[in-house]
Design a protein around this ligand. Structure first.
Ligand SMILES: Cc1ncc(C[n+]2csc(CCOP(=O)(O)OP(=O)(O)O)c2C)c(N)n1
Ligand SMILES: [Mg+2]
Length: 359
């Protein structure tokens, strides 16, 4: 039977994977955190100004999870996530202008303005979206890992999901196949405490620890504290190495918190939790503040350096909104483009309607 890999809380800062970070790389990680935070805040401002339609699920409060995980990616590593996808997108290096334009529904958006907030994609950066069906990305992520093994590539897939997705059947089918086939995948539950307006404790039968469900599949598991980027990196690195070197899956649960409502349309965000709870997280558990404290202590940045990075992030996010505002909407004639690759490429399958299957 698998057992949790023991955590040594004090050791994360000194973990080899963190010690090996250069000063420049550490500053870059701080920059990534600020860019995501400011992008989200500014997109909220423009949403409220009526510049965007549809949903907007903000990642504010969870930034260290995406940044920590993505910072570990190598050439053959892939990621896939749910609809709360802006942070992962910016962390993999997607262009901020294209991300903001997508929210505005503009042609210059990363999905040509036809996907919106939930459907960011960048296959060239091994980023496979952006999925709106809860846990729908888990079989797809398992497929990414299968593809790596099938092709004999040394790499891993990271499949992110929320705490509300762990009770979906497709997630359990994915865990089963990943363990049975020995696939190089790390399932990462971003446990932000809530699925829409339902607290995690009210939605899962075994609320103490979600990751321990891995025991049922003979899979390694671990809980990590997502407010500390160093802890995220140390724990996820070990799981990625297990995937890449041993073709073994891991289930990680990274505890984190979302400051905003489920989406911007969640007007009752204080009905299912108190204002004091949110303020306590902002005050005591903010991932950007915690990483800043590390870097100030290490002498990697001083207060002026921190402010410069943050100011640049604000300017970049504001500029992206200007870019988005000035961009054109997609043409109505393009509405059926970019739905099926086969149709766009005018292949025989695309003409006959047999898009995916042989006879
Ligand atoms: C199969 C399915 N059922 C229900 C929904 C509606 N829905 C959208 S988000 C959500 C909550 C998911 O919460 P969680 O997995 O914790 O992710 P978080 O929003 O916290 O990131 C639900 C029930 C959906 N999109 N798909
Ligand atoms: Mg959640």
């Amino acid at each position: 039977m698998s057992s949790p890999i023991q955590n040594k809380p004090a050791s994360h800062t000194k973990a080899a994977i963190n010690v090996s970070l250069s000063v420049e790389k550490k500053r870059g990680l701080y920059r990534d955190l600020c860019r995501i935070r400011r992008f989200e805040q500014i997109s909220l401002k423009y949403y409220n100004a009526g510049k965007m339609g549809g949903f907007l699920h903000l990642y504010i409060g969870q930034e260290a999870v995406a940044v920590g995980c993505v910072s570990l990616m190598g050439e053959n590593d892939h990621i896939i996530t749910a609809y709360r996808d802006h942070g992962h997108a910016l962390a993999v290096g997607m262009d901020m202008n294209a991300c903001m334009a997508e929210l505005f529904g503009k042609r210059t958006g990363c999905s040509k303005g036809k996907g919106g907030s939930m459907h960011y994609f960048a296959p060239d950066k091994n980023y496979w979206g952006g999925h709106g069906i809860v846990a729908g990305q888990t079989p797809l992520g398992t497929g990414l890992a299968f593809g790596l093994k099938y092709k004999g590539l040394k790499g891993a897939a990271m499949c992110f999901l929320g705490d509300g997705a762990v009770n979906q059947g497709s997630f359990h089918e994915s865990l089963n196949l990943a363990a049975l086939f020995g696939l190089p995948i790390v399932f990462i539950i971003e446990n932000n405490g809530y699925s829409m307006g339902t607290s995690q404790k009210r939605s899962s039968a075994y609320p103490g620890c979600l990751a321990e469900r891995a025991v049922g599949y003979g899979m390694a598991w671990k809980q990590l504290n997502g407010e500390d980027l160093y802890e995220v990196r140390a724990g996820v690195h070990d799981a990625l190495e297990r995937a890449r070197n041993e073709n073994k899956p891991t289930l990680l649960e990274i505890t984190t918190y979302r400051y905003q409502g489920h989406s911007v349309a969640d007007a009752n965000k204080f009905k299912y939790r108190t204002k004091e709870e949110v303020e306590r997280y902002e005050r005591e558990h903010d991932p950007i503040h915690i990483f800043k404290t590390h870097l100030l202590k290490e002498g990697v940045l001083d207060e002026a350096g921190v402010a410069t990075i943050d100011q640049a992030a604000i300017a970049e996010a504001e500029a992206s909104a200007q870019f988005a505002g000035q961009s054109a909407y997609p043409e109505p004639a393009e509405i059926f483009d970019d739905v099926y690759w086969e149709v766009d490429q005018k292949t025989e399958a695309g003409q006959t309607g047999r898009h995916f299957f042989n006879d």
